[in-house]
Design a protein around this ligand. Structure first.
Ligand code: ADP
Ligand code: ZN
Ligand code: ZN
Length: 741
């Protein structure tokens, strides 16, 4: 007798409420044909209406009584003949298990576009008559003075096919006329589905760059690498990593396989995309957050249909449904935007590696400042490590000065611009060169506080201070709450209220006053809100329409500005004291990347770093552009304090409207863990209040778990998830799992 097979099926991924699988019997005849990822027709609900479902699991065991189970009726879309979609569903299941989420949440992440988007159609008119028939008909129309028909037929005689829009537009033909002629068999209307191409028809150019020996060596080594699936290219900014990627892509395509290139959204500028386009032309597509849902859908369709070989985009491009994926590149591998902020809180690096396992593809990570995780694993031999330590073009690394702002204050300079930086700016202005000033803040200034009683203006819904913006508004950056800036302290009535901290707008005012002859551009969340605002400011600066560009981290990435010879970092340590074990790493990365913007052209660059903490290893090693020194210091701190990558860590983030109930629910989870066999292998911290204890009227608490093995944490997570799913007490609190890496 044939073994029974059961399919677990998700009925409708557009419906969060149905977040569970239903078990169906696979008819014997279907057993050899069915695959995970197939779309099937199943009888569902009252009346057994035939409904569409996704097969997410196939198994030989079931907890249900077989006689009561319904059978799958039909395979509607088999995965075999379409794409590697079954592998994407396997990937979703892996994400659910690793990061903690429901299957639907994971599926929605992996197959993101399930909304019905009407495909765009292009209609054309096609002539059906022979040459003689056409001439005859034309004479007929002329005689009868049917001018519209005459015009249209004449146009068709010249071109055989004309766009519908042209007929109804320029030729001024009504749709009724078209219909009439169609009915008479003179022409037919053809609709072709066209996929929107965000790159339009741009010119592909001859590609002239030849790899230098270093790039060549690395490219060959990665291509031939058989030990490690993952390669890490540790190369200073400008060392030519992108050329290495492109060569690897070219080889991948040559072998008939496809490539995904992940680039952080913020670096995905016109310039970057055009470099790829120049080489690969219409074989590439991009997705980014400014594309409409329809445009995104089309790009995934084009990938599925095999119309393109390369997809470039941020995190979500990872799920491009290529069926013969051969290569995944993650540029700026250290970027925090590769980590998803919503459940499942996955990291693109880890998911890329998992997908590559499933597809037997290669993964190439690249960075000038690799994440501690990546470098640690590379050193352990899990990843192959390659180093590019010279810039590809002859330009050398910039000279760096560190300015101690405490000394500045002692010398009576209260300005945000130190004497040294002021001097350097003047020198560069005189030489006609460009300057970037970088500040890790936005808005006019920081928060508003009372000099008399110390009261700080807070958001009524969140545990954060309100930020002062233009036009006398106070805004909460967490929930968007806004109010008018008060004239007097709302607590004690004193009129001595003023702002602390400094923002880009204030820097702009100071700089304009200090250098009245210079042209200044500012780039932050406020000036880039408009469509393409970001791109416009960068282009203006690149075209040298301004001397000085002031901005937040946005200015650090993307464009290459050969005429920038000075980068000023105004408050290097602003991000250093965040209460997060990654604060030091982020500061180092930001400073190194910012400094790397100086002197990318022929002329030598200078960097001025202003700080209140000039001896901190993050600052000193960034000033020296010495990643290895930083890695050594930071890694010993992580080892000592027990943070990733020295250990695996998982956070349980709890939120709820009732603080006490939340506290109890979180404490109970800790008790549960203590009763598990895994308790021996895990260290538990908390529950404690999150650094921001309340957002949008929801209280927030966190538990941290640390273990030597990832499987210990996943095991605990799975048990807790099951428990919370069944327990009433967890209806009003939400607990989200976050695997730190
Ligand atoms: P990275 O990606 O490491 O920052 P890029 O690939 O952007 O470096 O290279 C930096 C600059 O050097 C670019 O302008 C690039 O065109 C140029 N470049 C890179 N490799 C070569 C090469 N082999 N020959 C000539 N120019 C190169
Ligand atoms: Zn007051
Ligand atoms: Zn708020």
């Amino acid at each position: 007798m044939q073994r029974k097979l059961y399919a677990n099926i998700i009925v409708d991924i557009s419906q969060e409420k149905l977040d569970r699988t239903f078990s169906y019997l696979v008819p014997d005849s279907m057993q050899k044909l069915i695959h995970i990822g197939d779309v099937v027709a199943i009888p569902f609900g009252k009346g057994n209406r035939l409904t569409k479902g996704y097969v997410v699991e196939l198994t030989g065991i079931t907890q249900y009584e077989e006689s009561k189970m319904k059978s799958i009726q039909e395979i509607l879309v088999g995965t075999e003949q379409t794409t590697g979609e079954d592998r994407l569903i396997t990937l979703a299941a892996w994400m659910r298990d690793t990061y903690g989420s429901t299957m639907i949440q994971a599926l929605k992440t992996v197959i993101p576009i399930k909304k019905k988007v009407k495909p765009k159609e292009k209609k054309t008119l096609v002539l059906l008559l022979s040459k003689d028939e056409t001439e005859e008909k034309l004479k007929f129309y002329e005689k009868k003075s049917q001018r519209a028909r005459y015009r249209l037929l004449k146009a068709l005689r010249e071109e055989k096919e004309i766009p519908y829009d042209l007929a109804t537009g320029k030729l001024n033909i009504t749709s009724a006329t078209v219909r009439g002629m169609e009915e008479q068999g003179i022409l037919k209307v053809e609709a072709v589905q066209v996929y929107r191409n965000p790159l339009h028809q741009r010119e592909q150019e001859d590609y002239t760059i030849r790899l230098n020996p270093e790039q060549q060596r690395i490219t060959d080594a990665i291509w031939q690498e058989e030990q490690c699936r993952v390669s890490l290219v540790f190369g200073v900014t400008g060392s030519g990593k992108t050329e290495v990627y492109m060569e690897l892509i070219a080889r991948t395509i040559e072998k008939g396989r496809q490539a995904i290139v992940l680039i952080p959204e913020i670096s995905l500028t016109y310039q970057t995309v055009m470099r790829f386009y120049r080489r690969f032309g219409d074989r590439i597509s991009i997705i980014h957050s400014r594309l409409s849902a329809g445009e995104k859908y089309d790009q995934f369709q084009r990938a599925k249909n095999g119309d393109i070989d390369i997809m470039i985009g941020p995190r979500s491009a990872l799920f491009t449904p290529f069926s013969r994926l051969g290569l995944i590149i993650i540029d700026e591998e250290h970027e925090s935007s590769y980590k998803s902020e919503t459940t499942p809180r996955y990291h693109a690096r880890e998911v890329a590696i998992e997908r590559a396992e499933l597809e037997d593809a290669k993964v190439v990570l690249g960075s000038a400042t690799p994440s501690l995780e990546a470098y640690y694993r590379a050193k352990k031999g899990e990843y192959a490590l390659y180093t590019l330590d010279k810039r590809a073009r002859s330009s050398s690394l910039p000279d760096v000065d560190v300015v101690d702002m405490r000394e500045e204050l002692k010398n009576g300079n209260r300005s945000v611009i130190s004497a040294k930086l002021r001097e350097e700016i003047q020198l560069k202005l005189d030489a006609g060169e460009q300057i970037m000033l970088f500040l890790n803040r936005r808005g006019y200034a920081g928060f508003l506080s009372c000099r008399a009683c110390g009261h700080v203006l807070m958001c009524p819904h969140c545990d954060v201070s309100l930020s002062v913006h233009n036009y006398g508004r106070m805004i909460c950056h967490y929930c968007g709450y806004e109010e008018k800036r008060p004239e007097v302290c709302p607590k004690c009535g004193s009129s001595f209220i003023s702002t602390f901290g400094i923002g880009t707008q204030q820097v702009e005012l100071v700089v304009k006053k200090m250098f009245p002859q210079s042209e200044v551009l500012r780039m932050d969340m406020d000036t880039t809100r408009a469509k393409d605002g970001h791109e416009k400011i960068l282009s203006a600066f690149q075209n040298q329409e301004a001397d000085i560009l002031i901005g937040t981290q946005m200015i650090v990435k993307g464009h290459d500005f050969p005429n920038v010879t000075l980068v000023g970092i105004l408050a290097a340590d602003l991000s250093l004291h965040a209460d997060d074990y990654k604060a030091g790493e982020r500061t180092f990365q930001l400073l190194t990347q910012a400094a790397g913007r100086a002197g990318r052209g022929e002329k030598k660059g200078n960097v001025v770093i202003q700080t209140y903490d000039p001896d901190h290893y993050c600052i000193t090693s960034a000033a020296k552009q010495d990643y290895l020194e930083f890695y050594g210091e930071e890694m010993s701190y992580r080892m000592l304090a027990g943070y990733p990558p020295a250990v695996y860590m998982m956070s349980l983030h709890g939120t709820g409207k009732d603080e006490q109930h939340l506290q109890m629910a979180m404490e109970y989870l800790v008790k549960m863990i203590q009763r598990m066999p895994e308790n021996q292998k895990v260290r538990i911290f908390g529950p404690v209040q999150e650094s921001i204890g309340k957002i949008q009227d929801e209280y927030r608490k966190v538990i941290y778990l640390k273990a030597e093995q990832l499987s210990v944490l996943t095991g605990i997570k799975n048990k807790l998830e099951k428990y919370m799913e069944l327990n009433e007490g967890y209806r009003t609190v939400m607990v989200q799992f976050d695997l730190n890496d």
